[in-house]
Design a protein around this ligand. Structure first.
Ligand SMILES: *Cc1c(COP(=O)(O)O)cnc(C)c1O
Length: 354
């Protein structure tokens, strides 16, 4: 820290992203990216937009918002775009938390929530998930805090039903409930049908996972017009051109090309199923993940050991060395071929070990 660093941020605790080592070619199953390229239409529209890079991007993302409102059946005043959903989450916390509105989220979830809370010095409660890592909706009733829930949750992949989400939203009429649907493409029910009925619901989504555009940095929030207006007040105070021209047009292309997205997702779902079965046969236990990753543990293979042994063999998975998660590893679903290599390698490692 330099001696000039602002005391406003002494308590910051930056998020640690999944490693991106460059020392060799890895089969990368550690950051939940889609193993397929973006839709050809998204690629073409982004490429064509390069010629306009001398001009600022549209702060209102008008074309993209119109396309999205058509796709999701909501008003275009009920949606706002950002540079990735991490960006949205940050602005949502800035907009809906203060000294008297702290945050609440599960103790096992996306660790970025803690980073944002600390950045803005927001008091946060980490609500314990159950032994099986699932969430009890009742734990979130009337907390008097702004709530963030990832659905499907990370890194467990476990989903809450639409009915459960609705109950949580209904039991917190005086607080905003943020549902992070980063993985909703791969399974579970979106809270989208609730928009229009509840003014305290904010849905956050991204093109990073289901649309295969993690590098484009494109995310969005959907919710009541007034919530979106509040977020826009802050966004326009510090980052009005948050979405660049190429990413915006890639987003338009991805929204038009729904059949490509559905195709990619079906492939991931099938591969998830096959990989889960193969790993169960090898003695792994896992959560019921509806996301594009599996969260697995083995009675005879320590989480850390499996992670390290696979890394030596050129396969990267994600390990979290925390008390509740250290037995597990999170394995992103790659191509069929990637996952077959993974299963074969684990088979070999198990044989050497046992
Ligand atoms: C990946 C992820 C995000 C971040 O998505 P970006 O749009 O790439 O910033 C948000 N929430 C969860 C739960 C995620 O796993």
């Amino acid at each position: 820290m330099s001696r000039y660093f602002s005391s406003f941020y002494y308590q910051a605790d930056p998020y640690i992203p999944g490693e991106q080592p460059q020392d060799r070619q890895y089969i990368k199953l550690n950051t939940n990216e889609l193993p397929f390229p973006p839709s050809p239409l998204a690629q073409r529209l982004a490429r064509e937009e390069i010629a306009n890079l001398n001009l600022y991007s549209d702060p209102e993302c008008k074309i993209l918002r119109e396309k999205a409102s058509e796709c999701f059946g909501i008003d275009k005043e009920e949606i706002v775009f950002f540079s990735g959903s991490d960006d949205v989450l940050n602005f949502a916390v800035m907009a809906f938390c203060d000294e008297s509105h702290g945050l609440a989220f599960p103790d096992v979830t996306y660790s970025f929530y803690t980073s944002i809370a600390r950045l803005h010095n927001i008091d946060y409660a980490q609500i314990k998930v159950k032994e099986d890592l699932s969430i009890d909706p009742k734990d979130y009733f009337g907390l008097g805090r702004t709530i963030i829930l990832a659905n499907p949750n990370a890194p467990s992949g476990i989903v809450l039903s639409l009915k459960q989400i609705k109950e949580i939203v209904m039991h917190n009429p005086d607080n905003v409930v943020i549902i992070d649907e980063a993985y909703i493409d791969f399974g579970g029910e979106s809270a989208l049908p609730l928009i229009g009925n509840y003014d305290n619901l904010l849905i956050v989504r991204t093109f990073s996972k289901g649309s295969g555009m993690a590098g484009a940095r494109l995310g969005y929030a959907m919710g009541d017009k007034e919530l979106i207006k509040d977020i826009n007040t802050l966004r326009n105070s510090c980052n009005p051109y948050a979405v660049n021209r190429m990413s915006m047009m890639a987003g338009v292309g991805a929204l038009i090309d729904q059949s490509y997205r559905k195709d990619c997702i079906e492939r991931i779902q099938e591969t998830r199923q096959e990989t889960a079965e193969a790993l169960r046969k090898l003695g792994f236990e896992m959560t019921d993940s509806k996301a594009n990753f599996l969260f697995v543990k083995h009675p005879d293979y320590k989480g850390m050991d499996l992670y390290q042994d696979l890394k030596k063999e050129g396969i990267l998975i994600r390990h979290f060395e925390t008390e509740r998660l250290k037995d597990y590893n999170r394995i992103s679903i790659g191509t069929d071929e990637d996952m077959k290599k993974l299963v074969e390698m684990i088979k070999r490692l198990l044989k050497e070990k046992l």
